[in-house]
Design a protein around this ligand. Structure first.
Ligand code: CMC
Length: 392
C-alpha cells in the first residue's frame, strides 16, 4: 500500500509464522514443538531436544541412535582450525573466537555455500555444527588460558566430552563429574530455542539471503554476545560480584537501577515477552540450589541474587513494569559452580541455542521465505548540492 509503519525493536511486528516454539509471555508458558519446557528439562536430554526442535518430532530409538552416532563421528574439526585459533591473541573474547571458527567452516565445507544445496548437504551442516560446536567452544577457552587444546573423546556423551575438552590438561587425570554433566545438559535444554529473539531473527534474516548455515549461525552468535541478550549472563555475575565487593548493599544498587539518569540496569531482569515470570528462570533457580548443594559449593553471590530478587519483586518500579528475573539471572551462578569461567557463560548459551538457530534457519528456507529487508522512513537532509572542501 506504500504506508510504512515504524516499529523500533519490532515490539509489535511478527516476522514469520513458525511451528517450532510456543511462548505465552503473560502465562509464562514455553513449549518446544508442543512439549513443555518443564517436562523436557526433567525427562529428556540435549541431543534428543535438538532432534525434536530441528525435525519436529521426538525420535524413535533407531533414529535417535543414528543422530547421536552421526554427531559423535563428526566431533573432530579440521586440523587447520588450530592454525586459525592460534592467530587469535589470548585476550580474545571466546564469543568472537567462536563466531569466527563457525564462519570459517564455510571454507572447509564449500558445498554449504551453494544456494541449491541438497537436503543431504543441509543435514550434514546440521550434524557438523552440533558435533563441532563443543570443540570450538572448549578450544576458544584453551586459547585464552594458553593451554594446549584437547581433542574430543568419543567415548563420552555430548556434555561430558565438552567438559573434558574444557578442563582436562596433559598434567593430570580428569574425571567428568556426572552431577556437573547433568546440570549442564539441563541448562542446554533450557536455552535450546526461544522463538524470534534477537539472535534467532538474525540467523533467519542472514539465511534469507541464501547465505550458508555456518555464516548465518556465526551472525547469530554475534547477536547473542551483546549484554541485552545472551551477554546478560556474564553481566549478571559481574554485577553480583560488584555488589558483593561494594559491601552487599542491594538497596543502593536497586536505587541505581531505578534512576533514569543512571544507565545501570538490573542485569538478568526484564524480558521483551515474559511479563509475569520466565519459566526457565523458575527451573534454573531451583537447579542452582540443587547443584550448589550437591557439589557442596557455597557462593555468597547466590544470597545476593536472592536478596535482589526478593526486593525487586516487592518494589513498585519493577512490579509496574512487570520486570521479573529472566533465564540469565541464576544461570551464571550454576555455570560458576560447575567451574565455567565468567566470559565463557555466553558461549554456553550459544551451545544451547544452536539447535534452535538451526531449526529456525531450516524452517525459514523450507517455507521459502523472501529476503528479510525492512523499510524505513527517511528523516535526513533534502537534496543539496555538493560543496567543495575549500568552501566548507
Ligand atoms: N533494570 C531496570 N529497569 C529496567 C530493566 C532492568 N533490567 N529492564 C527494563 N527496565 C525498564 C526500562 O527502563 C523501561 O522503563 P520506562 O518505561 O520507565 O522507560 C521499562 O522497564 C521497559 O523496558 P524496555 O527496555 O523498554 O523493554 P524492552 O522489552 O525493550 O527490553 C530487555 C527488554 C530484556 C532488553 C530489558 O528488560 C533489559 O535491558 N534487561 C536487562 C538485560 C537482560 O537481562 N537481558 C537478558 C534478556 S533474557 C535472555 C536473553 O535474551 O538473552
Amino acid at each position: 500500500s506504500g504506508v510504512i509503519t515504524i516499529d523500533p525493536g519490532f515490539k509489535n511486528t511478527g516476522s514469520t509464522t513458525s511451528a517450532i516454539t510456543f511462548l505465552d509471555g503473560e502465562k509464562g508458558i514455553l513449549r518446544y514443538r508442543g512439549y513443555s519446557i518443564e517436562e523436557l528439562a526433567e525427562k529428556s536430554n540435549f541431543l534428543e531436544v535438538a532432534y525434536l526442535l530441528i525435525y519436529g518430532e521426538l525420535p524413535d530409538k533407531a533414529t535417535y541412535d543414528k543422530f547421536v552416532s552421526d554427531i559423535t563421528m563428526h566431533t573432530l574439526v579440521h586440523e587447520d582450525v588450530k592454525k586459525i585459533l592460534e592467530g587469535f591473541p589470548s585476550t580474545a573474547h571466546p564469543m568472537g573466537v567462536l563466531s569466527s571458527l563457525v564462519c570459517a567452516q564455510t571454507a572447509f565445507y564449500p558445498a554449504s555455500l551453494d544456494p541449491n544445496r541438497s537436503a543431504t548437504e543441509v543435514d550434514m551442516s546440521i550434524i557438523r555444527l552440533i558435533a563441532k560446536m563443543p570443540t570450538f567452544a572448549a578450544w576458544s577457552y584453551k586459547n585464552q588460558i594458553g593451554h594446549p587444546v584437547n581433542y574430543p573423546d568419543n567415548n563420552l556423551n555430548y556434555t561430558a566430552n565438552f567438559l573434558k575438552m574444557m578442563f582436562a590438561t596433559p598434567a593430570e587425570e580428569y574425571e567428568v563429574d556426572p552431577v556437573v554433566a547433568n546440570a549442564l545438559d539441563k541448562l542446554l535444554i533450557l536455552h535450546a530455542d526461544h522463538e524470534q529473539n534477537c539472535s534467532t531473527s538474525t540467523v533467519r534474516v542472514v539465511g534469507s539471503s541464501h547465505a550458508s548455515m555456518y555464516a548465518s549461525i556465526s551472525a547469530g552468535i554475534n547477536a547473542l554476545w551483546g549484554p541485552l541478550h545472551g551477554g546478560a549472563n556474564q553481566a549478571v555475575i559481574e554485577m553480583l560480584e560488584n555488589i558483593r565487593k561494594d559491601g552487599g548493599d542491594t538497596k543502593k544498587w536497586m536505587a541505581k537501577a531505578k534512576d533514569k539518569n543512571d544507565p545501570f540496569r538490573l542485569m538478568g531482569f526484564g524480558h521483551r515477552v515474559y511479563k509475569n515470570f520466565d519459566p526457565r528462570a523458575k527451573i534454573i533457580k531451583k537447579a542452582a540450589d540443587d547443584v550448589l548443594a550437591k557439589l557442596g559449593v557455597k557462593d555468597p553471590v547466590l544470597d545476593i541474587a536472592k536478596g535482589l530478587e526478593e526486593e525487586a519483586l516487592n518494589d513498585p518500579y519493577f512490579v509496574e513494569r512487570k520486570l521479573y528475573p529472566n533465564v540469565d539471572f541464576y544461570s551464571g551462578i550454576i555455570y560458576r559452580a560447575l567451574g565455567i569461567p565468567t566470559d565463557m557463560f555466553t558461549v554456553m548459551f550459544a551451545m544451547g541455542r544452536l539447535p534452535g538457530w538451526i531449526a529456525q534457519w531450516k524452517e525459514m528456507r523450507e517455507n521459502k521465505e523472501p529476503i528479510g529487508r525492512p523499510r524505513q522512513v527517511y528523516t535526513g537532509a533534502n537534496q543539496r548540492p555538493y560543496v567543495g572542501m575549500d568552501k566548507r
